[in-house]
Design a protein. Structure first.
Length: 276
């Protein structure tokens, strides 16, 4: 369920004052509508320039996502905005990022954005994998343990690649010069490099690609081409079960119903063409 969004002016004055002590006076603030997991998501114009601030109360159960973003950011700056600072003050946890002037990626068939999205995914897969605590950088075989019961099968997900895993197009920003930046690192994961392309496939199906075309796009990532088809089958089955459970628990959120249907379509395609 989406976290209710506050405007910058609704933060306690002590919190805003602490941010302005680092930024200088705030000249204008614009609340961002995209995203589900932040109570504060705002673009600030300051004397030092434009920045993006996101935050949660420190007593919110999802505040660990703030900690994850802060921990992974130094390792993914080649494909993501730089985290300038993080503060915890007066019951709030705030992250301040450099501002990226971009739009959400277009995932529709024939989109000119898709080659650059894949290029960025390949760049991410080549970055050195840090040694971070599992709380902040979950191993894939542990993160998805609930959807894959067999411990031996779960080991097929293991690897040493930094994974984003949430390729909602609103998390993939395309700038005016065609660069792609990946934002919202709430779920950084360590695992096999083919998992990120696999996470993209249901998103592409949701935006109108037939499953075979979505897989053709994923195949442009070397890790997908090199992957054991049985491992992808396992993940497709587990991902479908996960999204169907989420959709059943939250029937009023249309996007979750769409992703559950897209994952099911992908799973059925692999069942018919690759076999289980």
């Amino acid at each position: 369920m989406a976290i209710p969004r506050l405007d910058w002016e609704q933060l306690p004055p002590a919190v805003r004052n602490a941010a302005e002590a680092l930024l200088g006076p705030v000249l204008a603030a614009k609340t961002v509508g995209d995203g589900q997991n932040s109570a504060i998501a705002t673009i600030l114009d300051t004397e030092q320039g434009r920045v993006f601030i996101k935050g949660l109360r420190t007593d919110h159960r999802a505040v660990v996502t703030q900690q994850r973003e802060a921990a992974i950011n130094p390792h993914v700056r080649a494909v993501s905005p730089e985290l300038r600072w993080r503060i915890e003050i007066h019951g709030w946890d705030l992250l301040c990022f450099e501002y990226v002037d971009g739009r959400s990626a277009d995932y529709t068939p024939g989109s000119a954005d898709l080659p650059q999205v894949l290029a960025t995914m390949r760049r991410l897969a080549e970055l050195p994998c840090p040694n971070l605590p599992p709380l902040y950088f979950r191993p894939a075989e542990l993160r998805w343990a609930a959807m894959i019961e067999d411990p031996a099968a779960r080991r097929l997900l293991a690897g040493d690649t930094i994974l984003h895993t949430d390729y909602n197009p609103s998390n993939v920003l395309v700038t005016s010069d065609g660069d792609v930046q990946v934002i919202d690192w709430a779920w950084p994961t360590r695992g096999a490099a083919w998992i990120d392309p696999a996470c993209l496939v249901p998103r592409l199906i949701a935006w109108g690609h037939p499953p075979e075309s979505a897989e053709d796009i994923a195949r442009q990532c070397p890790a997908w081409r090199d992957a054991d088809p049985a491992a992808i089958n396992l993940f497709a089955r587990g991902l479908t079960a996960m999204w169907e459970e989420i959709a059943q628990d939250q029937p009023d959120e249309e996007w979750k119903q769409t992703l559950a249907a897209s994952a099911r379509q992908w799973f059925e395609h692999r069942s018919a063409t690759v076999g289980f």
